[in-house]
Design a protein around this ligand. Structure first.
Ligand code: SAH
Ligand code: TYD
Ligand code: ZN
Length: 408
């Protein structure tokens, strides 16, 4: 009998289809002298046969993940900085043109998006529980409430500021298991003709690209147009638009509105039809994905073991949260990957969670270049390969593992 649990959206039965075993917190980079016991949980993902939402089988308490030392910053990629500038500008040009408009962002992080809104002089509020990154936003002139967004927070914001024309969340809504509270909060805060826009990794892309490393503690939900439409309908909202976006290996931007407030766009109908055609709401499709992932693990371990036997150096590139799933699922430690290079100050000189692989600043990558770089930040491949031409010129080769294990 497969493992089952209750769906966090509809109460239906969630059936497990992939198990990644014992995993640490994906963003808990440890000080080398930290002797406290590391937290582990079992990472497994399942599919709800009733509302079709794919979700983790168990929840990690939110305070363990999002706290004062949460290290991820949006500003770590030039492509993402440009992306969020574009998002802000589009809101400023469309939804935020009325009298004294107001925008709220969930998971505003270091303020990369809202800084553009603040500079335009438009009323805004970021809601961000992680202290250090919230402080970075505040230092840039962004209004931030250091808090978890949930129903009570939303009611309080509504009372103090009035309704929001736009509620926006990037790579945040999928992090939040307590969706009933979130959507009740959206209902309390959103203006009658306002929009709730969120963008997150798309299950269709994860399955198509075998990007199993999108599955980790912080990513609780894996949305599709179908599951989001069902989730919206159960909570008094309506899915009115979808847009596929290329960042982070393939995401969808969903727009929710109050029923009847906005017409439902053709893109919704088209994506629902595509999902039906590709069997994205069939457990067999997801089980086949899990089988392909098992082969990637075997191939990657074989490759790294062979390179080590030949005396080659392999360095990881990008201490992503995603890499925690890869290293801990595959059993990759400092014996196979010497260190991981990363530009984020809060991750440097720490040990990657679970694996204990050291994280080092960018300069160490070239000192001297290794023969191979394992591209953990594969979602930023273009940006990274464009700036690391000297590595390639020195004969260095990239190893990727999605959609399959390759040396390029
Ligand atoms: N939006 C940014 C950051 C994504 S990381 C980007 O796309 O780059 C996810 C962020 O969500 C973290 O900063 C985390 O602290 C925040 N978060 C987690 N739970 C939250 C909640 N309930 N309300 C608001 N933010 C939350
Ligand atoms: P990212 O893939 O954006 O997210 P996640 O942690 O959710 O998987 O993380 C990219 C990491 O790679 C981040 O720690 C910054 C780092 N990075 C570099 O070191 N160099 C670069 O050129 C880029 C673009 C990112
Ligand atoms: Zn369900």
């Amino acid at each position: 009998m497969p493992n089952t649990t209750r769906c966090r959206i509809c109460g239906g039965t969630v059936t497990e289809f992939a198990d990644f075993g014992r995993q640490p917190l994906s963003d808990a980079f440890r000080r080398p002298d930290d002797t406290t016991e590391e937290f582990f949980y079992r990472l497994a993902v399942g599919f709800c046969g009733t509302c079709t939402m794919t979700q983790l089988m168990a929840e990690v308490p939110r305070e363990k993940m999002f706290h004062e030392d949460y290290p991820y910053v949006s500003r770590g990629s030039a492509v993402m900085r440009a992306h969020f500038r574009g998002v802000a500008q589009r809101f400023l040009d469309t939804e935020l043109t009325g009298a004294d408009p107001f925008v709220v962002e969930l998971g505003s992080n270091d303020g990369t998006m809202l800084k553009v809104v603040a500079e335009a002089g438009v009323r805004h509020l970021g809601v961000e529980p992680s202290g250090a990154v919230a402080d970075m936003a505040a230092a840039d002139g962004v209004n931030v409430r250091k808090d978890f967004f949930e129903e009570a927070t939303a009611r309080d914001i509504r009372e103090g500021n009035g309704p929001a024309n736009v509620i926006y969340a990037a790579n945040t809504l999928c992090h939040i298991p307590y969706m009933d509270s979130i959507l009740a909060g959206v209902d309390a805060l959103l203006a009658p003709d306002g929009v709730f826009v969120f963008e997150d990794p798309y299950l269709g892309d994860i399955v198509a690209r075998n990007s199993f490393d999108q599955i980790y503690d912080e990513h609780f939900y894996f949305f599709t147009a179908r599951s989001v439409a069902e989730m919206a309908a159960r909570n008094g909202l309506s899915l009115v638009d979808v847009e596929r976006i290329p960042v982070h290996g393939g995401e969808v931007r969903y727009t929710l509105a109050r029923p009847g407030a906005r017409p439902v766009g053709d893109a919704v109908t088209a994506l629902l039809a595509e999902e039906e055609a590709t069997g994205l709401a069939d457990l067999t499709t997801l089980a086949a994905f899990a089988t392909r992932v098992g082969k990637i693990r075997d191939d990657l371990v074989t490759l790294l073991t062979d390179l080590k036997a030949k005396g080659e150096r392999v360095v990881g590139y990008g201490a992503t949260a995603k890499s925690a799933t890869v290293t801990n699922y595959c059993g990759i430690g400092p014996d196979l990957v010497e260190f991981i290079t990363d530009t984020t100050p809060a991750k440097q000189h720490r040990l990657a969670p679970g694996s204990g692989i050291p994280v080092r600043p960018a300069a160490d990558f070239a000192d001297p270049y290794p023969g191979y770089a394992l591209l953990f930040a594969w979602n930023h491949a273009e940006e990274i390969q464009a700036k690391e031409t000297a590595f390639a010129d020195a004969g260095g080769r990239w190893i990727t593992y999605v959609p399959d294990v390759r040396v390029v």
